[in-house]
Design a protein around this ligand. Structure first.
Ligand SMILES: [Zn+2]
Ligand SMILES: [Zn+2]
Length: 158
C-alpha cells in the first residue's frame, strides 16, 4: 500500500471557463482562466501573481475557503475507503487459529456529509494583461483600474 494517495475533486468553472480564486495575501477574490490540459497558450509558471495586490504565491495557494470545504467533503468517501482497505490489510496479516479468532467488525467512517455541488456564478469582468493576453483574469467591476498580470505581476489598467 502507498503512503500517499490523491483524490481528484473537480471544482466548477463559470460560463466563460474561469475558476474562482482567493489570494492568500490580500484575501480578495478573482478568477483565472482555466486552460485545458496541454493548451499551448498556457504559460508554464511556478507561481502566480495576484491580480488584486500583485503578490506572488505558489500554484496551490489560491483555493477559496468554499472550495477547500467542498474538496474535503467530496474526498471523504475515498479517504474512508482508503482507510478501510488499509485496515483490511492489517486484519489479513493477523492469523486466526483455534485459540484466537481475529475478525474485523467495525467499519471506519469519517462521517463527513457529502457536500452540495458548488455553483459558480458568472460574475466579475474579464481583463487581459497587455503583456500576457493569453492569460486573462476576471476581477470585480470596481477593481479594473489597477490589475496585476497573473504571470509576471506587471500592473495594468483595464
Ligand atoms: Zn492579493
Ligand atoms: Zn504579464
Amino acid at each position: 500500500m502507498n503512503d500517499e494517495f490523491s483524490v481528484p475533486v473537480s471544482v466548477p468553472l463559470d460560463a466563460d471557463g474561469f475558476l474562482r480564486r482567493e489570494c492568500p495575501n490580500c484575501e480578495e477574490e478573482f478568477k483565472w482562466f482555466s486552460h485545458a490540459e496541454g493548451d499551448p497558450d498556457a504559460e508554464p509558471v511556478d507561481q502566480y501573481f495576484c491580480p488584486r495586490c500583485g503578490q506572488g504565491a505558489g500554484l496551490d495557494s489560491w483555493w477559496t475557503p468554499a472550495q477547500l470545504d467542498y474538496a474535503s467533503g467530496a474526498a471523504a468517501p475515498a479517504v474512508d475507503d482508503f482507510i478501510n482497505n488499509a485496515l483490511d490489510d492489517v486484519f489479513k496479516g493477523l492469523k486466526s487459529n483455534k485459540h484466537f479468532k481475529v475478525t474485523r467488525t467495525g467499519h471506519y467512517s469519517s462521517e463527513i456529509p457529502t457536500p452540495e455541488p458548488l455553483h459558480e456564478p458568472n460574475d466579475m469582468v474579464i481583463v487581459e494583461p497587455p503583456c500576457h493576453p493569453s492569460e486573462p483574469v476576471k476581477v470585480p467591476e470596481d477593481a479594473t483600474g489597477r490589475v496585476y498580470c497573473l504571470v509576471c505581476g506587471s500592473p495594468f489598467a483595464a
